[in-house]
Design a protein around this ligand. Structure first.
Ligand SMILES: [Fe+2]
Length: 156
């Protein structure tokens, strides 16, 4: 019995280690990606390839902004809202908790918004919509254009 208990505990510890390790790496990646996607005096309307691509998929920037905002507002609990490229088309993807579009080849990340409460509660309390608005005022479109260019090369 002791032997089986030992094996059982061993498996539990290994599983826990792998899942926890994945969460750690995913959160590290997601946050880096989030910070690179914003800058002081960023925001405004998109330009370059990302502008064309947004209009191709969402018809207008305004429409994209509305759709992205809606998804970010309606996401229950903690997570990340992503703009991704899949099969050469832009998509909005809601990742729950530590989910990242890299896992399971969901798509190539272009931009991401952290909507865990810790991201906005200090400045905005529960006004998540104000935080989303402010994120749109800070988007680094150069970073989005760069991600788009490398993902188009890879035909993600
Ligand atoms: Fe965060």
């Amino acid at each position: 019995l002791t032997f089986y208990l030992f094996i059982y505990l061993f498996i539990i510890i290994i599983l826990f280690y792998f899942f926890f390790f994945f969460d750690l790496l995913a959160q590290l990646y997601n946050h880096n990606f989030f910070w690179l996607g914003i800058k002081e005096n960023g925001g405004g309307k998109p330009y370059g390839e990302i502008k064309k691509k947004i209009e191709e998929t969402f018809f207008s920037f305004k429409n994209f902004k509305n759709q992205f905002t809606q998804e970010a507002l309606s996401h229950f609990g903690s997570g990340w809202i992503w703009l991704i490229l899949k099969n050469n088309k832009l998509k909005i993807y809601q990742g729950h908790d530590d989910q990242t579009p890299l896992k399971g080849a969901i798509g190539h990340p272009i931009l991401t918004l952290d909507i865990w409460e810790h991201a906005y509660y200090v400045d905005y309390r529960n006004a998540r919509s104000d935080y989303i608005k402010e994120w749109f005022n800070k988007i680094n479109w150069d970073f989005a254009n760069y991600n788009l260019s490398v993902s188009l090369e890879g035909q993600c």
